[in-house]
Structure formats: structure tokens, C-alpha cells
Design a protein around this ligand. Structure first.
Ligand SMILES: CC(=O)N[C@H]1[C@@H](OP(=O)(O)OP(=O)(O)OC[C@H]2O[C@@H](n3ccc(=O)[nH]c3=O)[C@H](O)[C@@H]2O)O[C@H](CO)[C@@H](O)[C@@H]1O[C@H](C)C(=O)N[C@@H](C)C(=O)N[C@H](CCC(=O)O)C(=O)O
Ligand SMILES: Nc1ncnc2c1ncn2[C@@H]1O[C@H](COP(=O)(O)OP(=O)(O)OP(=O)(O)O)[C@@H](O)[C@H]1O
Ligand SMILES: N[C@H](CCC[C@H](N)C(=O)O)C(=O)O
Ligand SMILES: [Mg+2]
Length: 485
């Protein structure tokens, strides 16, 4: 493709070299550059991609997009100076793949918790309604029924636009995708045309990356600020910051809520282990999903389908049969009657939601045993809070490892222990080995008791010092349940 066409929509500060070049491939990683590549020099959190410019030219790069021109330039290469290489990457990647997002009805979901659940429900719903649909999510991506493994919640612009182009080629009409706050800040969604945006909620997470809650809020809001005026912006009016998201959007403002006045309303009639009984827009419906937080997710999916002009009855019929995403309130019962729940709760709010859901629907005599850890190389301030929340809502808590990544597991657990009050210490144990921790919970449980294994949900690995070892919470629980039966 010609460079001039690729630069459509990119704000150029200066250009050195031929204004046109034939570009065969795009890369933001020097290690992937080959002959005919356009290389983006991106300033990252670890290194500055500008230091690899000469190396990429030697490897065959024909165009370099950068924020600072290199001191020495190669006469065969075109250098384009821009304000933000990562924003240019978003725009150029869209152009390179023929702007696939504009050929789909693309709906983005943002918020601290619930993105995967809402996007997955919408994907399953629209498949159930008979459409060609794509999904971009933390658990996995989908092109109709084909699964494409996920590396991030929101992939980088090259992978993302390639995925969207494959969806267009496969005849997809809709795509539902998660928009993480990292993706907004790193411009992974620049250049995409959205038909709608959904906000779930915002609570404590990712302060390692955003530093302040206000920056985190601004990142989420930026997604709505960028929506076009013919799109819809759907927010949770019950969330303290729900209306903030819509303050500066040009899109049609719509709300959903269980408590406040809203365009789309639902009421919880019953919340049991077998599912939710809701009144949605004056219709009584039973759903298979559990927990009041899932009433929000179901309502957000319903409202989106109505905004996308789907038939109300058909929508509720399909939604009522869905289970949502893997590893979210995923539960199994042992032959002895011990209930094991695997849930991806990895923020204080999610831990509180899942445990209060259990508290609301338990009969009262059984114990709740929580096995929980916190991820390494992630927000450290949430560690004591998650441990404290787990203790406040459980009869026994086993603190353990999640994905320690490059950190020492014991050091992470020690930070969690700081949140355990003296009165809660007697019900808390620390067991670093996650398998041992789950095993111990199973041995402590009596028939009727509930074991919550929180934090890793669908994940099939445990990342320790850069290596991903096979690990599956549900598999371990199943194994233990079979052994003790
Ligand atoms: C903190 C973060 O978001 N990091 C992402 C970021 O990497 P980075 O800024 O650290 O990059 P860097 O290593 O400093 O390198 C800077 C530049 O130099 C380039 N480089 C580097 C080395 C080299 O030899 N040659 C070279 O060209 C790199 O390709 C990059 O372009 O850009 C990379 C390329 O797109 C991402 O893979 C990487 O995601 C890392 C792996 C990650 O773990 N990200 C997580 C935190 C994340 O993005 N999570 C969110 C959501 C979480 C949620 O769901 O709540 C997500 O959307 O997944
Ligand atoms: N609407 C909601 N409100 C609060 N908590 C929720 C909600 N939906 C799900 N949760 C909790 O958050 C956990 C993660 O849910 P989900 O995977 O849908 O969120 P996510 O926003 O995609 O997370 P991530 O940022 O890691 O991609 C669930 O396992 C559950 O404990
Ligand atoms: N998308 C989230 C997932 C956290 C899941 C948890 N298991 C962990 O590893 O911290 C993140 O990257 O922060
Ligand atoms: Mg997700």
C-alpha cells in the first residue's frame, strides 16, 4: 500500500525523504521488521522504541514514524515526524486493513468490572439471533464460531485491525469488544469507528499504570469523548461516575439502572444459586446468571440490543438462556454437596460483589471459605484491600499466589496480610502454593460449605518469573472434589 494512503488522517509535523513509498508491512517492534516495513518508534513503559530506528532501517524498513527525527537519516527511507507515534499507529493500522471497523457495527465496552461479561453476552446474544458476529475479549476472540486466542483485553492496533478485517471477510455484521483503560491511553483504539460505547462501572484498579483515580476516570471518559455523533453512549446511571462518562460525548446519551431513573430499567425479584429473576422493561424474565452485578451486565446487554434495533421479546428469550463468560461465577458441586465457585474477581469491588452475592443467597449455616491472591507487577495498593474484603465476607480465608510475574509470591502475600485486622487473623491462613491452598480449602470444607477461588477465572496458567505454567483453578477444584468423594 502507498504511504500517502496510509497517512490519511494522521497529523504530520514534518516529513523527510520521498513522500511516497510502497509499504508491505507494519511493525512497532524492531524484532519484526523485514524488507518493505513501516516501523513505528513508540515510547513505552520500559524502553523507547526510537533507540531501534537505525536497526530497523538496516533490517529493511522503508518508512519510520517517530516523535523525534533521528540525527542521521538514510536517503532511501522516509521519516515522518508526528506528535504521537502510538496514535499514528492506530490510524495507519486502520487504513492498512481497509478501515474494517467502519464496515462492522462495532460496540466497545469499558469499565473496571463486567467488560468481558457484557461483551461475551452480546456476542452470544447476537449469534443466537442469527447474525455473523465477532468478539474481542480477555478470555478469547471470536470470528463467528472460530476462536482466536487472546493476548490482551484490547489487542495492539495491528492485531486488532487484522482481527476486525478477518471478521469483515467472514461476513460478520457486528463486533463487540472490550476497551481497556490501557488501550485508550496507549491509543490502541485510535482510527476505529464505533457504533456504540457501553460503560459498566469504575472502582479501584490499575493505579500502578494510571497513578491516580482521576487519570483512570479520564481514560475511560476519553473513549466516550471520541464517539461519533451518530453512535450511542450507554452508561450505568447507578454508578457514581456513570454520568461523568457522558459529559462531553457527541453520541446519543442513554442510561440503564436498577436504582435510578433511566432509559432502560430492571428490578431484581429473586437472586438465587439457580439464577436471577428480573423484571426488565416491565417483563418478568428468569436468567441463568447469578448475582446482582450480573443483573447490571444483563441489562447493559439488553439495552444495547434494543439500541441496535433488535426485537425485545427475541432478545430476552435468547438472553435468558445464556451463561456468560468462562470463569465468572463458574460453579461446581461435589458429590458431598460442597459448592466450589471459580470467579475472576481481581479488584476489591469484584471481591465484595461476588462475596455479597454468596452471602445473599446462602442459607446461613454453611461456611464460606475464600482462596485469594493478587497479581504481581500490578497495582500494589489493592492488595491489603482485597484481603480485608475477603476476610470481612468469609468465615475462612486462605491467602495465596495469583500470577506473581516478576515479584516474590511471599512478598505479595505479606502486602495482603497488612489488610487483615487482628480480629480477622484467626480465620486467615497463608499458603503460597495455589494448588495446596485450594486443596486445604477442600479439606476444611464440610457438606454445604461454599469455597470461592478468586482472581484467575478462565486463566489456564500461572505466570512465574516470565514463564507460564499450566494452572486451572476449576481443574484443581474438580480434582479435589473427586478425591474427597
Ligand atoms: C503496560 C503495558 O500496557 N504495556 C504494553 C506496551 O508495552 P510497553 O509500553 O512496556 O513497551 P516497551 O517494552 O517499553 O517497548 C516500547 C516500544 O519499543 C519496542 N521495542 C522493544 C524492544 C525491542 O527490542 N524492540 C522494540 O522495537 C516495543 O515493541 C514497543 O513498541 O505495549 C506492548 C505492545 O502493544 C504491550 O504488549 C504491553 O502490554 C503488556 C504485555 C501488558 O501486560 N499489558 C497489560 C497491563 C495490559 O495492557 N492490560 C490491559 C487491560 C487489563 C484489564 O483487562 O484490566 C489490556 O488491554 O490487556
Ligand atoms: N457489573 C459488574 N459489577 C461489578 N463486578 C462485576 C461486574 N461484572 C462482573 N464483576 C466481577 O468482576 C469479575 C470480572 O468480570 P469481567 O471479566 O466481566 O470484567 P472485566 O471488566 O472484563 O475484567 P478485566 O479488566 O480483567 O478484563 C467477575 O468475575 C465478577 O467477580
Ligand atoms: N487484565 C487484568 C487481569 C488480572 C488478573 C489477575 N489474575 C492478575 O494476574 O493480576 C490485569 O492484567 O491486570
Ligand atoms: Mg475483561
Amino acid at each position: 500500500m502507498q504511504l500517502q494512503d496510509l497517512l490519511y488522517g494522521v497529523a504530520i509535523k514534518s516529513l523527510v525523504g520521498k513522500p511516497n513509498q510502497e509499504v508491505k508491512a507494519l511493525a512497532f517492534d524492531s524484532r519484526e521488521v523485514k524488507a518493505g516495513t513501516l516501523f513505528f518508534a513508540v515510547k513505552g513503559t520500559v524502553v523507547d522504541g526510537h533507540q531501534y530506528i537505525a536497526q530497523t532501517v538496516a533490517a529493511g524498513a522503508v518508512v519510520v514514524i517517530c516523535e523525534t527525527m533521528p540525527a542521521k537519516v538514510d536517503s532511501q527511507v522516509t521519516y515522518v515526524e508526528v506528535e504521537s507515534s502510538s496514535a499514528a499507529l492506530g490510524m495507519v493500522a486502520s487504513n492498512f486493513y481497509g478501515n474494517p471497523s467502519a464496515q462492522l457495527k462495532l460496540v466497545g465496552v469499558t469499565g473496571t468490572n463486567g467488560k468481558t461479561t457484557i461483551a461475551t453476552l452480546l456476542y452470544q446474544l447476537f449469534r443466537g439471533l442469527g447474525y455473523g458476529v465477532g468478539l474481542v475479549s480477555t478470555v478469547q476472540n471470536h470470528i463467528n464460531d472460530t476462536i482466536v486466542p487472546a493476548t490482551h483485553t484490547t489487542p495492539n492496533p495491528i492485531a486488532l485491525n487484522q482481527l476486525l478485517a478477518d471478521m469483515v471477510d467472514a461476513g460478520c455484521e457486528y463486533c463487540f469488544m472490550e476497551v481497556s483503560s490501557h488501550a485508550v491511553v496507549q491509543h490502541r483504539i485510535v482510527g476505529l469507528t464505533f457504533t456504540g460505547g457501553i460503560f459498566s462501572n469504575i472502582t479501584h484498579d490499575h493505579l500502578d499504570f494510571h497513578h491516580t483515580f482521576d487519570n483512570y476516570l479520564k481514560a475511560k471518559k476519553e473513549f466516550f469523548d471520541g464517539l461519533p455523533k451518530n453512535a450511542f453512549a450507554l452508561t450505568n446511571a447507578d454508578d457514581k461516575n456513570g454520568m461523568v462518562m457522558l459529559q462531553n460525548t457527541k453520541a446519543h446519551k442513554k442510561t440503564y439502572a436498577l436504582k435510578q431513573m433511566a432509559d432502560f430499567k430492571a428490578k431484581i425479584i429473586e437472586n438465587k444459586f439457580s439464577g436471577l429473576h428480573l423484571n426488565v422493561d416491565d417483563m418478568d424474565v428468569y436468567f441463568k446468571m447469578v448475582g446482582s452485578f450480573n443483573a447490571y451486565n444483563l441489562l447493559a446487554a439488553y439495552a444495547t440490543a434494543i439500541l441496535l434495533e433488535q426485537d425485545r421479546l427475541k432478545v430476552l428469550t435468547v438472553l435468558s438462556s445464556l451463561h456468560g463468560a468462562e470463569g465468572r461465577f463458574d460453579y461446581i458441586v461435589s458429590k458431598q454437596g460442597i459448592i466450589g465457585i471459580v470467579d475472576y474477581a481481581h479488584t476489591p469491588d469484584a471481591v465484595q460483589n461476588v462475596l455479597s452475592t454468596i452471602a445473599n443467597i446462602r442459607k446461613g449455616t454453611e461456611q464460606v471459605i475464600t482462596v485469594i491472591g493478587c497479581g504481581g507487577d500490578r497495582d500494589r495498593t489493592k492488595r491489603p484491600v482485597m484481603a480485608q474484603t475477603a476476610c470481612d465476607w468469609s468465615d475462612k480465608v486462605i491467602l495465596t499466589s495469583d500470577n506473581p510475574r516478576t515479584e516474590e509470591p511471599q512478598a505479595i502475600i505479606a502486602e495482603m496480610e497488612k489488610g487483615v485486622s487482628p480480629t480477622n487473623q484467626r480465620k486467615t491462613l497463608s499458603i503460597t502454593d495455589r494448588k495446596e491452598a485450594i486443596k486445604t480449602a477442600c479439606h476444611l470444607a464440610k457438606p454445604g460449605d461454599i469455597i470461592l477461588v478468586a482472581g484467575k477465572g478462565h486463566e489456564k496458567y500461572q505466570e512465574i518469573k516470565g514463564v507460564r505454567h499450566h494452572f486451572d483453578d476449576k481443574e484443581v477444584l474438580n480434582e479435589q472434589f473427586n478425591l474427597i468423594n
